[in-house]
Design a protein around this ligand. Structure first.
Ligand SMILES: CC(C)(COP(=O)(O)OP(=O)(O)OC[C@H]1O[C@@H](n2cnc3c(N)ncnc32)[C@H](O)[C@@H]1OP(=O)(O)O)[C@@H](O)C(=O)NCCC(=O)NCCS
Length: 320
């Protein structure tokens, strides 16, 4: 078994070898051609390799490519958690034996330590359950199960907008709404991997989402819609548009309703309003939440989203 650093000239071969895994999360996307995701992946690795703060490795056995690992420095997580965070993406041949995988993983950890990383965050598809099991045996912590859903909107379909003639008005957010949005955000995302990791304090996890909503108001989100009642914000949804060559993909990034206002249809109206806006720009919309967030999953299902992937979020602290 040999572990080698992945070089720019390997990218084409590697992408071809793991093409199925690369597109698997997008196989139900009816709008964006699959090859776009493959191209995007190749470009991402090439750019990662040129940063110097990230590294990609390949595992070979008798010259056969058995796995690749992309260890990418996460600037956002590192800054906010005050730790050096790497995101690990693994692409693994289904015939890879446990012994070889474990040795590869240990190699990755040594390299991560050399790079000065404190913690590794990794997302592994639940279809790779044996890999998840092997990672847990190497002291990874199962932080959450992420469910991603997608909605395809036919061109020229009228998305129902039930926002008129109601006491609660649907509006665009402005910077003045910031204190309300922060208040609603507090404690809203407790199922996420930041909250469940015992090495991350509750206060720090709260800070992650507070920064997230602050940044969203300052351009990280393409638009934010709020539900207002007599000057008070009752809920919000943040949306992003991601250009993929000549197509655009829509993302519902964060959604939350004030605790005492949940179950009254506000989340539903926010999604309706987001869909109306997104449908002007794209035909494919993604949203993700944790498997235990039944209210969110039911809300998305009700609005016509369908599950496309389930992944385990795993954390490995190297310095603790
Ligand atoms: C998820 C959330 C935004 C839903 O907002 P809401 O205003 O309560 O939702 P609505 O009242 O419009 O309900 C819409 C649908 O969601 C589902 N739902 C809402 N609350 C639910 C609950 N407590 N249990 C089960 N399903 C629920 C239902 O399917 C409901 O439709 P129905 O009443 O016709 O069955 C809200 O619960 C929330 O802010 N949660 C915390 C933040 C969060 O988890 N965000 C999503 C993570 S990315």
């Amino acid at each position: 078994m040999e572990v080698e650093v992945l070089r720019r000239e390997d990218v084409h071969k590697v992408t071809k070898a793991f093409q199925r895994d690369i597109i698997s999360k997008y196989r139900y996307d009816k709008y964006i051609p699959k090859e776009y995701f493959v191209r995007l992946f190749s470009e991402k690795i090439r750019s990662i390799l040129s940063t110097g703060k990230s590294i990609a490795l390949k595992l070979l056995k008798n010259t056969n490519l058995l796995a690749i690992a992309i260890l990418e420095w996460s600037q956002w997580d590192s800054k906010i958690l005050n730790s050096n965070v790497a995101k690990l993406q693994l692409l693994v041949d289904s015939y890879l034996a446990k012994y070889d995988f474990t040795r590869f993983l240990k190699h990755i950890h040594n390299i991560a330590i050399d790079f000065g990383f404190d913690v590794i965050f990794s997302r592994v598809a639940l279809s790779n359950i044996k890999i998840i099991q092997w990672m847990l045996e190497e002291n990874y912590f199962l932080a959450d199960i992420l469910i991603t859903l997608n909605k395809f909107i036919q061109k020229n379909t009228e998305v129902k907008d039930c926002t008129e003639n109601k006491e609660i008005c649907i509006d665009n957010a402005s910077l003045k709404d910031e204190p309300h949005l922060i208040e609603i955000t507090r404690g809203a995302y407790v199922f996420s991997h930041y909250y469940t990791d015992p090495h991350i304090s509750f206060e720090l996890a709260e800070k992650v989402y507070e920064e997230w909503i602050r940044n969203s108001l300052r351009g990280y989100a393409d638009f934010i819609i709020v539900a207002r009642h007599k000057g008070t914000v009752l809920g919000y949804v943040t949306c992003k548009l991601k250009k993929i060559y000549d197509k655009t993909l829509g993302i519902i990034d964060l959604i939350a309703v004030r605790k005492d206002q949940r179950g009254k249809g506000i989340g539903s109206r926010l999604i309706d309003a987001a869909l109306v806006r997104l449908a002007n720009k794209t035909q494919t919309i993604y949203v993700a939440t944790q498997a235990q967030n039944i209210s969110a999953l039911r809300l998305y299902e009700k609005k016509g989203f369908r599950i496309i992937s389930s992944e385990a979020t795993l954390h490995k602290w190297l310095s603790k």
